[in-house]
Design a protein around this ligand. Structure first.
Ligand code: ADP
Ligand code: NI
Length: 232
């Protein structure tokens, strides 16, 4: 099965592959340019660069990694409210670009499985290429950029920075994760602190360790400034 998709890629000329990557980039740029909630084009560009870098250490097929990374947030569930819209948009893209079904199915499978769906929802198994994209997407949710994205997203949907009176929520399914009413800082417990343990590639884990350390330090400092302002 994996062999089939690698063979199908080898049958494409270098020019054909470059063309598909360029079209995927155009598609992602046009669809995501105006998002201010942390899912903008530059998020996709960072994920593409990180995923191909991880892929080069994991001996993954870099064409499949790059195309999947570029398309991973297209027609996302959180924007369309439709479970299947991302997968369908990717299948259409592959069809428009004359890619054979085995490639279309492979890439759309990755896109459908990348997203984080809440603490209680287990990650679905992915191909080696998919693991590179999922790790890259998760790494962009932690570190300094991840912290910035939490408050950008939180602000865009009217969430307060934090409340010392509330508690983080535990999300057993995708719906409760999506409809969470908790604060931006609570989202650290609901997602950011869980990311490191869910990384699957060696290269991703290495970077995750340092970025997670930063997130923990940030949270501690934030709470100290809030709760013991005269000591910070
Ligand atoms: P993805 O689809 O990339 O797996 P999410 O949709 O869960 O990720 O999140 C996209 C970005 O928005 C991430 O940076 C995430 O940390 C942030 N985010 C998601 N939910 C919340 C929330 N309830 N409060 C604050 N930030 C959030
Ligand atoms: Ni993403």
């Amino acid at each position: 099965m994996l062999g089939d998709v690698y063979r199908a890629c080898q049958e494409l000329t270098l020019d054909q592959r470059a063309n598909v990557v360029a079209n995927a980039e155009l598609y992602a740029r046009s669809e995501l340019l105006s998002d201010s909630g942390g899912h903008d084009w530059w998020h996709v560009d960072r994920v593409r660069r990180m995923a191909t870098w991880i892929g080069s250490q994991e001996a993954a097929n870099l064409f499949l990694v790059e195309v999947s990374a570029l398309l991973h947030d297209i027609s996302d569930f959180k924007v369309t409210g439709n479970e299947d819209s991302g997968r369908l948009a990717v299948l259409e893209f592959c069809y428009r670009n004359s890619l054979v079904d085995v490639i279309g199915n492979f890439v759309s499978d990755i896109v459908a499985r990348v997203s984080f769906k809440g603490e209680g929802v287990e990650d679905e198994p992915l191909s080696p290429e998919g693991r590179c994209v999922r790790d890259a997407d998760r790494l962009d949710a932690i570190g300094a950029i991840g912290v910035a994205r939490v408050f950008a997203f939180g602000g865009s949907v009217g969430r307060p920075l934090w409340s010392p009176e509330g508690l983080p929520e535990e999300h057993r399914d995708r719906e409760s994760y999506r409809s969470s009413k908790s604060t931006s800082l609570d989202h650290f417990t609901e997602k950011l602190h869980l990311v490191e343990a869910r990384l699957e590639t060696d290269a991703g884990k290495r970077i995750g360790r340092s970025r997670s350390g930063f997130v923990r330090d940030f949270e501690e400092r934030f709470k100290t400034e809030w709760l013991s302002p005269f000591e910070s």
